[in-house]
Design a protein around this ligand. Sequence first.
Ligand code: BDR
Ligand code: CA
Length: 310
Amino acid sequence: MTPTPLIIDCDPGVDDAVALLTAFGTPTLDLLAITTVGGNVPVAKTARNARILRQIAGREDVPVFTGAERPLRRDPMGAGEFHGAEGLGDMAPFEPAVGCAPDGAVEAIIETVMARPEKTVSLAVLGPLTNLAQALRAEPGLAERLGPVAVMGGARSEGGNITASAEFNIWADPEAAAEVLASACDVVLFGLDVTHQVRATEGRIVALEALGTEPARAAASMMRFSQRVERETVGWEAPPIHDLCPVAWMIRPELFTLRPCHIAVETMSDLTRGHTAVEFRDGVAGPLRHRWADRVDADGVFALLAEAVR
Ligand code: BDR
Ligand code: CA
């Protein structure tokens, strides 16, 4: 089987960290680049954290690029309360042996995708969509050339997690999300409706801890941190590992049920900023050119994680 060429754009972040460790340990993914963005914590920290995780996984062959410090128009708003001040939960950060690649994230996305045949490079976006929106502005041919763009973002039946109607990644940079969804990109959105089905139960954490490898310990430590925070702040026993979903879909798409739809993002109202309007009726809001993740085999997703960090 030919590995899937993939760029991961992210803001680690404890659930980004679990997703990255999964991707680093999966041989059916051909990881071309990790690009980072300011989101959960500022971009200097997300770029460092991506390099820490790369080092833990022994994957210094994958370049890490630094991207946007701030959203297109909004003030940066972190989510440190859900990820720890450094973005890696209880893990003490360290300066990784290898630095960032010299180019910026936007150039890296454009150059990597445009240098390869049409539709062959996929993109997983695990943070605010600022880097991709900037890349689409800078290279008008990018949207047509990209393969599937799997985004963790959005909220519908479950309601929001940052406001009543909005999920963090879309809320943090709604203009960027709106531009990406209005572009010709083939976007699959993994919103809270599906990520809330992918929870780190006690049994799943214990199973990871039992594996004993460094990547497994790191992934389990992120989950233990989230377990504590979600218990204290939301009252949930088992935290959702949101960002694992787009990466798992890249590895085994058959684990997910997707529904064709048309998605637009609210940018005008303060009250509903970042709301994702997901329309399943053809032609009502526009053609059904997006896909919304609806159901998932969560055991299958955690099996991919375990296999990757074993
Ligand atoms: C998303 O927001 C971030 O805090 C997480 O890393 C995830 O990407 C969930 O709403
Ligand atoms: Ca994230």
